[in-house]
Ligand binder design. Structure first.
Ligand SMILES: C[S@@+](CC[C@H](N)C(=O)[O-])C[C@H]1O[C@@H](n2cnc3c(N)ncnc32)[C@H](O)[C@@H]1O
Length: 543
């Protein structure tokens, strides 16, 4: 679960200055103003002639090991999304003391550090440094210190430029964050990147593209993509990233959500909208109106007009939860009756109080309390008792499998690609909703879907029924499924491949009737703890 409900921008980033506290001679903490050299933001414009050189400089960093896995390991993190500005001095002293090229690249492009001339020369040749200065990515001051004008975020094997995550840190040192700040790669960006279906698609649309991350990732498995952002600066950044990575199949447009799509349909639609229920309208990438839903509900409402048959739409978001109001009802309202299946992946939650505290800002304690109250009042006015972190996936319903459905899974945030597991959840739901499932099962063999951790719980000295939980191991998503006693028994006895008639016989001997056994098997199949082995498996995969 994310350890803070902040978006990519850190607690220092929204208006709170880097004012440090020092003790005056009366022992009272006084704010100390840190000199803040302002490094101009990257223009995200590059001369065509400089593109080959820019790509060369970026691949040099990649060859030095600048990738998500290696950088995460080097910084001693479990997830690069855990990177935080407060720990920068510790990363530097404990992890980057050996100043090899990887350490220098991390310091310059991720930790917003500065490099003296001799270190810069160890990272780039003179002509590469000149090119990065020309491309607006590097500034060298009169003391010869080099600073990045944008950060370079590793996402898998991709490298994505965006504005710095911590604009209030001395480099660049803004006291207020520009409203058109392009979001760095935040925890939510990484969650969507990991949960996106990586099937081969003809066309993709990335709404609220920011740096263009999801459009660029999709460009590797799609013929053509469109990336849209309402902010011209974000669109420039996305275009810059497409150019820098040589992705020629991505178009970038400035526009309000689907306007730029002009009635077209797409096979994959991704979106990481501004979703924060916010009392402020200060950050375009963060603030989703008082309810947090201003932009996202328009995205969901637009899906029926822009999602191609067989396609997939995926949104990462946070939604405020009210008592006794299932989130699925809200999504159905936004879909306005369009027959779509919905997979909701719940990745964490924050109490309203924790959420308010996480977003509150203030240079002194009173200002912080006032800000907390402002955030908490807004959440209360919305009736939100908690805020949940979600990746929501939509597909057109297959009407031969009955009415549209919703499937809720709960997992800690995945640390690696989970898109195939979400694809599989759609297939499993559809397969188990087939009207001819009992007949189909009668000719099938079943087996466990893989190694399963089975947890039995009982209260000794009580006649409370046993509880069982099962988790399919080796998955990116760690989903705990509650099992009823029959489901537990079937799963337990399923050593190897077992023909369904054999399973029915086994449990009939224990006086369980056939429809009950089929219902339990269906439930295990639906939750992908069990799979069909053999011919039928192929037809299930084709569904
Ligand atoms: C949370 S950021 C997501 C950036 C990027 N997709 C990512 O995952 O890192 C949201 C983006 O939505 C853009 N945005 C806000 N309202 C929009 C709208 N009505 N139409 C298109 N883009 C919008 C903002 O400019 C911002 O770049």
């Amino acid at each position: 679960m994310p350890n803070s409900p902040q978006r990519a921008v850190s607690p220092v980033a929204h208006g709170s200055s880097l004012a440090m506290k020092a003790k005056s001679n009366r022992g009272v903490l006084q704010p100390v103003t840190v000199p803040q050299p302002v490094t101009e933001r990257a223009s995200f414009l590059v001369d065509r002639a400089d593109l080959p050189g820019l790509r060369g400089a970026v691949s040099k960093l990649a060859n030095a090991g600048y990738s998500e896995t290696v950088v995460t390991e080097r910084l001693g993190l479990q997830d690069l999304a855990d990177l935080e500005w407060r720990s920068v001095p510790i990363y530097r002293s404990e992890r980057l003391a050996g100043r090899d090229p990887l350490a220098l690249a991390i310091d310059l492009f991720l930790l917003q550090g500065d490099l003296p001339n001799d270190e810069l020369e160890r990272l780039f040749s003179r002509s590469e440094s000149d090119l990065l200065v020309r491309a607006g990515l590097l500034a060298i001051d009169e003391m010869g210190l080099a600073r990045a004008r944008a950060s370079l975020f590793p996402v898998g094997d991709r490298l994505i430029f965006s504005d710095h995550d911590w604009p209030s840190l001395p480099h660049p040192g803004y006291t207020t964050v520009p409203t058109d700040q392009v979001m760095g790669i935040g925890r939510d960006s990484r969650l969507l990147a990991r949960c996106t279906s990586r099937r081969t698609f003809r066309s993709t649309l990335d709404l609220c593209t920011g740096s263009g991350i999801h459009a660029l990732l999709a460009s590797a498995h799609a013929q053509q993509g469109l990336a849209v952002d309402i902010s011209p600066r974000a669109a420039r950044c996305a275009r810059f990233n497409a150019q820098a990575s040589g992705a020629t199949n991505v178009d970038v447009a400035v526009g309000d959500l689907f306007d730029a799509a002009r009635g077209e349909s797409f096979d994959l639609i991704t979106a990481n909208p501004p979703f924060v229920p916010s009392p402020l309208d200060s950050l375009r990438f963060r603030d989703g109106g008082r309810s947090g839903e201003d932009v996202q509900k328009r995205i969901v409402a637009g899906l029926p007009h822009h999602l191609a048959p067989g396609g997939m739409a995926q949104i990462v978001t946070e939604l405020g939860e009210r008592d006794d109001e299932p989130l699925a009802h809200r999504l159905r309202d936004w879909l306005e009756g369009a027959p779509m299946d919905i997979h909701i992946l719940r990745l964490g939650e924050y109490s309203a109080a924790k959420y308010a505290i996480g977003h509150a800002k203030g240079d002194d304690y009173q200002a912080f309390l006032d800000s907390t109250r402002q955030w908490a009042d807004n959440l209360r006015a919305q009736g939100y008792i908690r805020v949940v972190s979600l990746v929501i996936s939509f597909q057109w319903s297959d009407l031969t499998c009955g009415p549209p459905w919703e499937h809720l899974d709960e997992s800690p945030p995945p640390r690696r690609a989970a898109g195939a597991e979400i694809d599989a959840a759609f297939l499993a739901e559809r397969f188990t909703r087939r009207r001819d499932l009992p007949q189909a099962l009668a000719q099938s063999c079943l087996r466990r879907a893989g190694p399963v951790a089975l947890l039995d719980a009982r209260v000794l000295g009580s006649d409370m029924p046993r509880r069982a939980k099962a988790t399919l191991l080796r998955q990116a998503l760690t989903i705990e499924h509650h099992l009823d006693p029959l489901e537990r028994e079937i799963l337990d006895r399923m050593e190897g491949r077992i023909p369904m008639p054999h399973l029915i016989g086994l449990f009939r001997d224990l006086l369980v009737d056939e429809p009950t056994i089929i219902a339990a098997t269906r439930s295990l199949l639906r939750r992908q703890l069990v799979r069909i082995d053999g011919q039928l498996a192929d037809s299930a995969a084709r569904l």
